[in-house]
Design a protein around this ligand. Structure first.
Ligand code: DAH
Length: 340
């Protein structure tokens, strides 16, 4: 046994290689489960008791020598490999990396907010799931108003007291209930309507609501604010016109058209020959609505407006089908680039 151990110690000590395969042969020969050293350890049980101590020590030393030899050569080989790898070539052209683009609804959403924040409007959001009070009653909708009908509104099946908001006007109410004038804020968000989906209508779309409440807010303020918006959004030569209309929560109410940005008013496909395109609803906040929110309507007045974001995007980008906004077809989406 002693002689064998000496012989293997010598062999191991003189082992040299610069090849990984040979190092692996070495490991298999001496260290692997069926290798020489584990073999010697299993012979160890036959060693007479008086020699066990010495031979045990020699065996352990042999094992350590082999393991150290292996580790040392492995380390050297790996170090050599790293050095030999070709170093980074900084002159190679970079891999092409496609950058993403924003969704057109997000672009217009951000643009509207940017335009109004320049004149002091802040931004707030409300919940998509609303109650009847915030979506209808507080906004002065009568009990029998057709908008409350199942045909137009998605009510929650299990909780019919709750519904998916049909407009962002609900956030006006939430804001006026918890803040006192002056209020000058925008409320962007998703709205839902129980409509058949077509090129012109969708059951889900986005609106931005605007609200300004203070002492002495007048219809002239409303008109000037919306003219500013129209020119920022559609170009400085844009004109506006207000047509009388009706909304339960504003009095008087109006719909606003902009002069057609495509034909300049001469009449074309976009404005259907009229020279004007409708873009939003607006009006003076009905005193009953202020009172519903605990704002004294003899002291304060306000104006409000609401517009569909997809509608603005459709006009700006001349898109002919609202469904495109929700299909996420990459060929559609990658056409929009913007700084916002
Ligand atoms: N809520 C209206 C709608 O969804 C839009 C609207 C009209 C909002 C007039 C207003 C407003 O704030 O004053 O059709």
């Amino acid at each position: 046994m002693r002689d064998k151990i000496r012989k293997y110690t010598e062999e191991i000590n003189s082992f040299r290689t610069s090849r990984k395969e040979e190092l692996e042969d070495f490991r298999i020969r001496y260290l692997s489960k069926k290798g020489i050293i584990p073999g010697l350890f299993s012979e160890f049980k036959d060693v007479p008791a008086d020699q066990r101590r010495d031979i045990g020590l020699m065996l352990n030393e042999l094992k350590n020598t082999a393991q150290e030899k292996f580790d040392q050569i492995l380390h050297l080989l790996e170090a050599a490999e790293t050095v030999q790898k070709p170093s980074l070539d900084l002159t190679l052209p970079a891999d092409f990396m496609e950058t993403g683009s924003r969704h057109p609804v997000s672009i217009i959403w951000n643009e509207i907010i940017a335009i109004f924040s320049r004149i002091g409007f802040t931004v707030a959001e409300g919940p998509d799931i609303e109650d009847d009070w915030h979506n209808f009653s507080a906004l002065n909708f009568q009990e029998e108003h057709p908008a409350r009908d199942m045909q137009d509104t998605f009510f929650l099946q299990e909780q019919p007291a709750f519904l998916l908001r049909t407009h962002t006007s609900s956030v006006q109410i939430r804001t006026m209930e918890k803040t006192r004038p002056p209020i000058r804020a925008l409320f962007p968000g998703r709205v839902y309507r129980n409509e058949a989906i077509s090129a012109r209508a969708h059951c889900l779309f986005h609106q931005v609501e605007g609200l300004y409440v203070d002492r002495h807010v007048s219809f002239a303020d409303l008109k000037q604010t919306l003219l500013y918006f129209a020119r920022e959004m559609f170009g400085e030569n844009t004109g506006i016109r207000l047509r009388p209309s009706f909304f339960p929560f504003t009095e008087p109410s109006a719909e606003m058209d902009i002069s057609c940005f495509l034909c300049g008013g001469k009449g074309c496909r976009i404005c259907k020959g009229t020279g004007w395109v409708e873009i939003l609803g607006c009006g003076m906040v009905d005193p009953a609505v202020l009172d519903n929110c605990g704002i004294n309507s003899t002291e304060y007045t306000g104006f409000a407006f609401g517009m569909g974001i997809e509608r603005i995007a459709i006009l700006r980008y001349q898109i002919n089908d609202i469904r495109l906004f929700f299909e996420n077809d990459i060929r559609f989406l990658r056409q929009f680039r913007s700084a916002l």
